[in-house]
Write a protein that binds this ligand. Structure first.
Ligand SMILES: *Cc1c(COP(=O)(O)O)cnc(C)c1O
Length: 354
């Protein structure tokens, strides 16, 4: 049976978008493809408030997390660890032979600008990597403020995993001075998985030009050389690119600020519900607008709850990693609406008799 997804990726995909993936194939060197690519990219630039390049990568987000490390790090990266996805990025850097230092905070807490500033003062770092919205804990790191301190350290690039925030929260690439910002399409964009969007600053391109052994598939310059022709180096996931173009028209019609406000409104509703029925896991000052990590203070069985929700046509998520039993997560991102979050919390109340 079909389940409406309230999990933090993949998220619920509306019929209009599913249908936009089911289009006849076009050749990826045809003018039809170039027209599509060329129509999509300016819309993404508008979403990200950037005049810089936006590249399309056929991969999950993890591919470009690795790619951005390989393009931008000569020697040493300052990584952060505030949950599962930021921890994974640090592992990726090490697996690619890069030296790392890690700012580690407890799950549920945010990385602060002060922590980043203190580490960068040691010197020797090529990049700082930050997970904008840590999906595993429901915490959003203060990106704009972190970007401000990174700017005080010339030569250090700021790489951002915005996988679960891009198009759900404001990200001003140029104003904030973000060098690489990446996100897969299966979270706030509310598309199927398989396509990754990445903005790349000129400083990051310059770095990429001098870094050795950056590999082939994710080379920023290889992508850029084709991107100026509105193409990609290898065959891209044309179906999703078509769907994203349709989705970007919907996003711009809604208005990006309205879209962010809708996410904030859904988040406030779910947070309020969570405080009344359970508790929120995580620092209240940094709660995510796209996913709420509910502290399972009643010790309910999340598996049993999900079984019953499945019968009613919905699915939520258990806690991530070490929080598997002690938390559960409700995502409120993408094309979910206020009526959806009212419905799911009402269903949970009903199942649990709250
Ligand atoms: C989902 C997620 C990822 C992993 O994305 P994939 O597309 O599965 O590779 C990375 N970072 C964050 C913050 C995420 O939410």
């Amino acid at each position: 049976m079909y389940k409406k997804l309230f999990i933090p990726g993949p998220t619920h995909v509306i019929d209009e978008i599913l249908e936009a993936t089911a289009v006849p194939m076009i050749g990826h060197r045809s003018t039809d493809y170039s027209d599509l690519h060329g129509a999509l990219v300016p819309k993404l630039k508008q979403l990200l408030y950037t005049e810089e390049r936006v590249l399309l990568s056929t991969s999950s987000s993890t591919g470009m997390m690795e790619g951005s490390i390989r393009n931008c790090v000569n020697r040493k990266a300052l990584m952060t660890d505030c949950g599962a996805f930021s921890k994974r990025w640090a592992q990726i850097a090490r697996d690619n032979g890069k030296e790392t230092e890690v700012i580690k905070v407890e799950m549920g807490h945010a990385v602060t600008p002060e922590m980043v500033d203190e580490k960068l003062t040691q010197g020797g770092f090529d990049v700082v990597c930050i997970t904008h919205n840590e999906t595993s804990t429901g915490v959003m790191n203060p990106l704009e403020e972190i970007a401000r301190v990174v700017k005080k350290h010339p030569g250090v690039l700021l790489l951002v995993d915005a996988v679960s925030s891009m198009s759900g929260a404001e990200i001003r690439v140029d104003d904030w001075g973000l060098d690489v910002v990446l996100a897969g399409t299966q979270k706030c964009f509310a598309l199927p998985p398989g396509l990754c969007v990445v903005s790349v600053s000129q400083a990051a391109m310059d770095r990429s030009a001098e870094v050795e052994n950056k590999g082939y598939y994710f080379d920023f310059w290889a992508l850029e050389k084709k991107s100026v022709l509105n193409q990609t180096p290898a065959t891209p996931v044309i179906s999703l690119i078509n769907a994203l173009n349709v989705q970007m028209d919907r996003i711009l019609a809604e208005g990006v600020e309205n879209r962010f406000a809708r996410h904030a409104e859904m988040a406030a509703y779910v947070q309020d519900w969570a405080r009344k029925r359970f508790a929120i896991y995580g620092d209240e000052r940094y709660l995510s607008p796209t996913v709420t990590n509910v502290h399972n203070t009643r010790g309910i069985s999340v598996a049993d709850l999900n079984k019953e929700l499945a019968r009613r046509g919905a699915m939520i998520s258990n806690g991530y990693g070490p929080l598997k039993e002690t938390c559960f997560r409700i995502a409120h991102m993408g094309d979910l609406q206020m009526s959806d979050v009212e419905w799911i919390t009402g269903q949970i109340d009903d199942v649990l008799g709250l």
